[in-house]
Ligand binder design. Structure first.
Ligand code: ADP
Ligand code: MG
Length: 588
C-alpha cells in the first residue's frame, strides 16, 4: 500500500522521464525471458548428442545450437544493460529533482532552521536520502522486475516441455516459498526495521563519539562515551542475531522443499513411464533437476528485496520532514525602513508550537542606542535577537525596523540592515580576504584591508604566511577563537549595517584577545543601533538600556545604575559577578 504510493510519487517526480523507468522495467523483464532461451538450446544440444551417440559426426546441429545458446545469452545481457541505461537516466532525474526541490525549500525556510535542525541531519536528507531513491530506481526496481520475470518464464518453459514434470517440480518450490513467506511475514519486517534502526543508531553513536573527542578528553569521560558507542554495537549485534534467527527455520524448511523436488521428480517420473525409462525421459528429468534451483534462487531474491522498499520509504519520510516545514511568508507590500530604530511588539514565540519560549515581550530601541539583554541562560535572549533578522518569525506580535515590519522588508535589504556576530563566528575555508568580503561582495581590496585594520586584525595578518591572502582552516593555518572573532567583526564592519547584534560575542575570547576584541567592537558599534547579549556584566554597564530577560519575559529594564538601585535580579547578578571576578583575581 505504502510502497505503491511511494512509487507513484517517485514517478510523478520523474516527469517525462518516467517513460524511461517504465522502459527499464519492461527491458529487465524481457531480458529475463530471453536469458532462459539458452536453456532450451542446451537441452537440444544434449538431446542431439544422445541421439547421435556413438557417431557424433551425425550431430550436424550441434555447433549451431551451441552458438544459438551463446547468442541469446548475449542478447539478454545487452537488453538488460539498455534497461539499466534507461533506469539510470530516469533515476538520476528523480534524485536531482528531489535534491533541487529540497534545497529550494530550505532556502525559503527561516534561516534559524538549519541551526535547529542540525547540519548533519540536513546533509543526510539532501544527499543520502535522495541517493537512496536513486539506487532504488536505478538498480533495485529493474532487478526486481528481472527477479519476478525469471520464475514466470521458467514456469512457461517447464509447463510447455512436459507439464507433468513441470508441475512436479514447481508445486513444491512455490508452495515452500509461500509457506516460508507466511511464516516470516510481518515479524521479519518488524525485525528488519529494528535491525535497520540499530544500524543507524550505531553509526550515529560513532559520529557522536568522534565529534565529542575534544570535550570527552577534557573532562576525562572517555570511558563513559566509548561505552555508549560500544553499547550501540552490542544492541546491533542482538538485532542481527534476532533477525537471522527469524530466518533460520523458514529457510531450512524452504531448502528442504526445494531439495524434495528431486525426490518428487524421480518418483513421479517413474510413475509416468510404466513401459520403462526412455532416454528421452531421462534427458527431460536431468533438465528439470538442473533448472528447478534457478526458480528457488530467484524467489529468494524477491524476498530480500522488500528491504529496499523500506529503505526508500524511510528516505522519503526524511525528505518530507523538511518539505513539510513552513517557509517564511513573502511580502506583497514591500517597505523600506526610514531609520535604524528597532521595535518589538507583543512578541510570542515557540520552537515546537506548544511551549512559548518568548511570552509577550515588547521593547523599543531608538536609532543609535546600545541596549543589552542579560539574564539566566535559556531565558530567551538569543531567540529574541534571532527574530530581528528573521532567522525565525514570531508566533504573534511584530518586529519593526525603522517603522517597517521586517516581513515587509525585502530579504536582501533586511540582510544589509542587520549584522549578526555570534559567540563562535564560523569562518569558511577561504582566504582571510574572501571571508571578510562576504560582508560586501563588491568591496575593493583596499576597503577590505581597511576593515581588517579597524577590526584590530593587523597582528593576525602579520603572523599569516601570505597575509590577507592566506587560506584559513587548512594546512595548519588555524586561528584562535578571539582571532576568528576579530575577522568576523571586520566582515561586519565592511558590511556596515546600521543595526548590529552581538550575541555573547566576547564569551570565548582569551584574555590576550579580549581587549582587542572589545576595541574592535567599540569601533564597529560607533553610530549604530546595537543589541548586545553578554555574559560579562562589565561589558553591558555602559549600555543605554539594559533588559533582564528571564523565562521569556522582560523581568527588569533600566540603566545599570537604575537597576543596581532597584536591588532586583540585575543587582544580584552584579554581586555574583563581582564575587566571581574578585575570586578569579585572588586566585591569580
Ligand atoms: P538564552 O540565549 O537566553 O540562553 P535561548 O534563546 O538560547 O536562551 O533559549 C531559550 C529557550 O529556547 C531555551 O529553553 C532553549 O532550550 C530553547 N531553544 C533555543 N534554541 C532552540 C532551538 N533551536 N530549538 C528548540 N528550542 C530551542
Ligand atoms: Mg543565547
Amino acid at each position: 500500500m505504502k510502497k505503491q504510493s511511494n512509487l507513484s510519487r517517485l514517478l510523478k517526480i520523474a516527469g517525462s522521464h518516467k517513460y524511461l523507468l517504465y522502459a527499464s522495467w519492461v527491458l529487465s523483464a524481457v531480458s529475463a525471458f530471453i536469458a532462459l532461451v539458452p536453456f532450451y538450446y542446451i537441452w537440444k544440444v544434449i538431446r542431439d548428442v544422445l541421439d547421435a551417440a556413438p557417431d557424433f559426426g551425425q550431430a550436424e546441429n550441434l555447433p549451431r545450437n551451441g552458438w544459438m545458446a551463446v547468442l541469446f545469452s548475449v542478447i539478454a545481457v545487452l537488453i538488460y544493460i539498455s534497461g539499466l541505461m534507461c533506469s539510470h537516466k530516469g533515476a538520476f532525474r528523480v534524485a536531482t529533482n528531489l535534491r533541487l526541490r529540497t534545497m529550494e525549500h530550505i532556502i525559503k525556510l527561516p534561516l534559524g532552521f538549519a541551526e535547529s535542525f542540525g547540519s548533519g541531519r540536513l546533509r543526510k536528507i539532501v544527499n543520502e536520502s535522495s541517493a537512496a531513491t536513486e539506487t532504488y530506481l536505478a538498480h533495485q526496481l529493474p532487478d526486481r522486475c528481472n527477479a519476478i520475470a525469471t520464475p514466470c518464464g521458467l514456469l512457461i518453459l517447464l509447463l510447455v516441455f512436459d507439464w507433468r514434470l513441470g508441475l512436479l517440480s514447481l508445486v513444491p518450490v512455490v508452495l515452500g516459498f509461500l509457506i516460508m513467506m507466511a511464516m516470516t511475514g510481518r515479524r521479519m519486517q518488524e525485525k528488519m526495521k529494528e535491525y535497520q534502526d540499530a544500524l543507524d543508531d550505531m553509526s550515529n553513536e560513532a559520529v557522536e563519539y568522534v565529534r565529542g573527542i575534544p570535550v570527552v578528553k577534557t573532562f576525562g569521560q572517555t570511558i563513559f562515551s566509548f561505552k555508549k558507542f560500544k553499547d550501540s554495537i552490542d544492541r546491533y549485534k542482538v538485532w542481527v542475531i534476532a533477525y537471522t534467527k527469524e530466518l533460520r527455520t523458514p529457510m531450512m524448511f524452504y531448502t528442504a522443499a526445494v531439495n524434495g523436488v528431486f525426490a518428487t521428480l524421480i518418483a513421479g517420473g517413474l510413475a509416468f513411464t510404466r513401459n520403462g525409462v526412455t532416454t528421452e525421459f531421462l534427458l527431460d528429468l536431468i533438465f528439470y533437476i538442473v533448472i528447478t534451483p534457478v526458480i528457488s534462487v530467484t524467489l529468494t531474491r524477491i524476498m530480500f528485496q522488500s528491504e529496499n522498499a523500506m529503505i526508500v520509504n524511510d528516505a522519503l519520510q526524511r525528505i518530507d520532514s523538511v518539505l513539510n516545514l513552513k517557509p517564511l511568508e513573502e511580502t506583497e507590500h514591500p517597505g523600506h525602513p526610514k531609520d535604524a530604530s528597532v521595535e518589538l511588539q507583543n512578541i510570542r514565540f515557540s520552537y515546537d508550537g506548544e511551549t512559548d519560549v518568548l511570552k509577550d515581550i515588547s521593547l523599543a530601541i531608538p536609532q543609535g542606542q546600545t541596549v543589552a539583554f542579560v539574564g539566566p541562560s535559556g531565558g530567551g535572549k538569543t531567540t529574541l535577537a534571532n527574530l530581528i533578522p528573521r532567522f525565525f518569525d514570531p508566533k504573534s506580535g511584530s518586529v519593526r525596523i525603522g517603522g517597517v515590519n521586517v516581513k515587509d522588508i525585502p530579504k536582501e535589504e533586511l540582510m544589509n540592515t542587520v549584522s549578526f556576530v555570534f559567540q563562535n563566528s564560523r569562518l569558511i575555508k577561504a582566504t582571510v580576504l574572501e571571508n571578510v568580503r562576504m560582508g560586501k561582495p563588491d568591496a575593493s581590496r583596499e576597503e577590505v584591508l581597511d576593515a581588517l585594520h579597524n577590526a584590530q586584525c593587523d597582528d593576525i595578518l602579520e603572523k599569516l604566511p601570505h597575509g590577507a591572502d592566506t587560506v584559513i582552516g587548512t594546512k595548519g593555518v588555524y586561528l584562535s577563537g578571539g582571532e576568528q572573532q576579530r575577522i568576523a567583526i571586520a566582515r561586519a564592519m565592511l558590511k556596515n549595517a546600521p543595526v548590529i547584534i552581538l550575541d555573547e560575542a566576547t564569551a570565548f575570547a582569551d584574555p590576550d584577545n579580549e581587549t582587542r576584541v572589545q576595541a574592535a567592537f567599540s569601533k564597529l558599534a560607533e553610530g549604530k543601533t546595537v543589541i548586545m547579549i553578554a555574559h560579562r556584566l562589565s561589558t553591558v554597564a555602559g549600555a543605554d538600556q539594559i533588559y533582564v530577560i528571564c523565562d521569556g519575559r522582560v523581568a527588569e529594564r533600566g540603566t545599570s545604575r537604575e537597576l543596581m538601585e532597584r536591588g532586583g535580579i540585575f543587582s544580584r547578578m552584579w554581586q555574583n559577578y563581582q564575587t566571581s571576578v574578585q575570586w578569579k583575581v585572588a586566585k591569580e
